[in-house]
Design a protein. Structure first.
Ligand code: GTP
Ligand code: MG
Length: 314
C-alpha cells in the first residue's frame, strides 16, 4: 500500500467553480430574494411566495416544508424583518437538510480492493465520473483499476479505455455484448491478484423500468459479493441535476431494485437551481458522495454541505 495516500481528495478552488456554475452571475436564490422583496421588508406574502419559489426550484415538498417551518417560526417571533435577516436565517435550515447526507466515501480497506459500482440512467455522466474519480484517486496515491461493465452501448468500452489510458489506469474489458457480470468477476479477480486499492466498475445506462437490465445489475452485485462478501463496498447512483424531479424518482427506483449506498449529482452547471440536491437529501437520506459541475476532471468534487449552501448565496 502506498504511504502517500491522502485521506481527502478535495479539489482546491472548487468553491469558486461551484459558485460560478450554480449562479451564472447571480444566484437564483439571491435573485429570488431581491425580486420577492423589492421593498426590503419581509411580510407574509413574501414568505408564501418564497415557498413556491423553492418548490419551483425542485427542492421538493419535504425539504421546502422543513426550511419554511423554521423561517416561519422566526418570522412569527419577530426575528425576521429584513431581506438580509431572511437570507441569513434561510441558510441554517438549508444546511440542516444537506448535512444529513454529507458523508464522504471512505475507500480504506484492511485487505482486498475497495469495489465501487456505478449505476444510473443513460447519459447521466457515469463513465465521465468514473474517469474523473480514477484521476483523483491516482493523484491521492491509490492504485486504481477500471472494469468496463457497459458491454451494451457501442463505444462504451473505448470511452472508458481512453479515460484509463489518459490516467495510466488499467481497464479490464471483454468484447462488446459480453456478460456484464462476467466482466465484473474477471475484473475483481485481477484487481485482487494485483493488490489494487480501488476497483471502479462502469455499467450500461438503464431505466428502472427495464426489468431485465435491473436484473443484470443485481447479478453484477451478486457476483462481486461472491468474491468478497462485503463487495461492492459502494453502489453509487449517478443522477443528472438538469432532470430535476426525475433525478429523485430515479434514486428511489434504483434504491428499491438494487439497493444504493451513495449518490453523485452531475451537471449542476447545467441548471440554475441545484434544488434537487435538497429534495434528494431530505427524501432519500442517502449519502451524496460527489457533485459535478462540468466536463473536466477538476469539475468533480466531494460533496460539502456548507460549501454548497454558501455557493447559493452570493
Ligand atoms: N456539463 C456537464 N456535463 C457533464 C457532467 N458530467 C458528465 N457530463 C457530460 O455528459 C455526457 C454523458 O456522459 P457519460 O459519462 O458518457 O454518461 P453515461 O452515464 O456514462 O452515459 P451512458 O453510458 O450512455 O449511459 C458527456 O458529454 C459528459 O461530458 C457535468 O458535471 N457537467
Ligand atoms: Mg457510460
Amino acid at each position: 500500500m502506498a504511504k502517500s495516500k491522502s485521506n481527502t481528495i478535495k479539489q482546491p478552488g472548487f468553491l469558486t467553480r461551484l459558485r460560478a456554475s450554480l449562479n451564472r452571475g447571480n444566484s437564483w436564490l439571491t435573485y429570488d430574494l431581491r425580486n420577492l422583496l423589492p421593498g426590503e421588508t419581509v411580510d407574509q406574502d413574501a414568505l408564501d411566495e418564497l415557498e413556491s419559489r423553492l418548490l419551483t426550484a425542485d427542492l421538493g415538498v419535504d425539504a421546502t416544508t422543513r426550511i419554511m417551518e423554521r423561517v416561519q417560526s422566526l418570522f412569527d417571533g419577530g426575528r425576521i424583518t429584513t431581506r438580509e435577516q431572511l437570507a441569513n436565517e434561510l441558510k441554517a435550515p438549508m444546511l440542516d437538510v444537506l448535512r444529513q447526507v454529507e458523508r464522504p466515501l471512505d475507500v480504506t480497506r484492511e485487505s482486498g480492493p475497495f469495489v465501487l459500482l456505478v449505476a444510473g440512467v443513460n447519459g447521466v455522466g457515469k463513465t465521465t465520473t468514473i474517469g474523473k474519480l480514477a484521476r483523483k484517486y491516482v493523484d491521492a496515491g491509490y492504485s486504481v483499476m477500471l472494469a468496463a461493465g457497459d458491454t451494451f452501448r457501442a463505444g462504451a468500452v473505448e470511452q472508458l479505455t481512453q479515460w484509463g489510458e489518459r490516467n495510466g489506469v488499467p481497464v479490464v474489458a471483454q468484447s462488446s455484448g459480453a456478460d456484464a457480470a462476467s466482466v465484473a468477476y474477471d475484473a475483481y479477480a485481477r484487481a485482487a491478484a494485483r493488490g489494487v486499492d480501488i476497483l471502479i466498475a462502469d455499467t450500461a445506462g438503464r431505466l428502472h423500468t427495464q426489468g431485465n437490465l435491473m436484473g443484470e445489475l443485481a447479478k453484477v452485485k451478486r457476483v462481486l459479493g461472491k468474491q468478497d462478501t462485503s463487495a461492492p463496498h459502494e453502489t453509487m447512483l449517478v443522477v443528472d441535476a438538469t432532470t430535476g424531479g426525475n433525478a429523485l424518482s430515479q434514486a428511489r427506483s434504483f434504491h428499491e431494485s438494487v439497493g444504493l449506498t451513495g449518490l453523485t449529482v452531475t451537471k449542476l452547471d447545467g441548471t440554475a437551481a441545484g434544488g434537487v440536491v435538497f429534495a434528494i437529501a431530505e427524501t432519500m437520506g442517502l449519502p451524496i458522495r460527489f457533485i459535478g459541475v462540468g466536463e473536466a476532471t477538476e469539475d468533480l468534487d466531494v460533496f460539502d454541505a456548507e460549501r454548497f449552501v454558501d455557493a447559493l448565496f452570493k
